[in-house]
Structures are given as structure tokens and as C-alpha cells.
Design a protein around this ligand. Structure first.
Ligand SMILES: [Cu+2]
Length: 110
């Protein structure tokens, strides 16, 4: 026969196991950013570690997505698509090396 104390302990153990399962089951997302008319759209995005950012250049000129901290530097010829997987939490400021006034930001949370 289970005592009440034993049942409570079992419940707590199951609860902890469920929490771990839920934490591990977050699905990575693909976040799309379009480059059009010399601008990143949206310029501000929020993401999570493990998510993928996918840029598509809809302009007739080449652009880059270049992180100021050196995390990534992606060439984007006209009609090209480029991706990066976000590995660490933090704020990433990036810009286009061809048009330095094109700036944008990704906020990555855990
Ligand atoms: Cu550009």
C-alpha cells in the first residue's frame, strides 16, 4: 500500500520529469526577413537560441547581412536567400556592408 507521503513524493518526481520534457521540446523557428528598397523588413526581430534567420533579397542590387560582432557575414546577391542559425543569447546588431545605412537588430533569448 502507498502511503500519502509516498504518493506526494511520486507526484513531485513526475512533475519535475514533465518540466524537463517541456523545456526540451521547444521547436526551433525559421524567421524570415525580406530585403526590399534598401531596407531589412522587419528591422527588429525577436528570436530564440536555435532559431534560424532567413534573409531574402528582393532588390536588384547585392546586399549583405553583416553582424557588427562578427557572428555572421552573409552575401545576398539579387534574389538570393541566406540563413544563419542563432547559437547564443544576446542582441545582434547587423548592417549591409554595401549600404552601411541599412541597419537592423535581432534580439536572441534562451
Ligand atoms: Cu545593401
Amino acid at each position: 500500500m502507498f502511503s500519502v507521503v509516498r504518493l506526494l513524493r511520486l507526484g513531485r518526481t513526475l512533475g519535475a520529469a514533465l518540466l524537463i520534457l517541456c523545456a526540451g521540446s521547444a521547436h526551433a523557428a525559421v524567421i524570415q526577413i525580406k530585403i526590399e528598397n534598401l531596407a531589412f523588413a522587419p528591422a527588429l526581430v525577436s528570436a530564440q537560441v536555435g532559431d534560424t534567420i532567413e534573409w531574402t533579397n528582393a532588390d536588384f542590387v547585392a546586399h549583405t547581412a553583416t553582424a557588427r560582432d562578427g557572428t555572421f557575414d552573409i552575401m545576398l546577391p539579387p534574389n538570393a536567400t541566406g540563413t544563419v542559425v542563432l547559437k547564443t543569447a544576446g542582441t545582434i546588431d547587423y548592417y549591409c556592408r554595401v549600404h552601411p545605412n541599412m541597419t537592423a537588430q535581432i534580439t536572441v533569448s534562451k
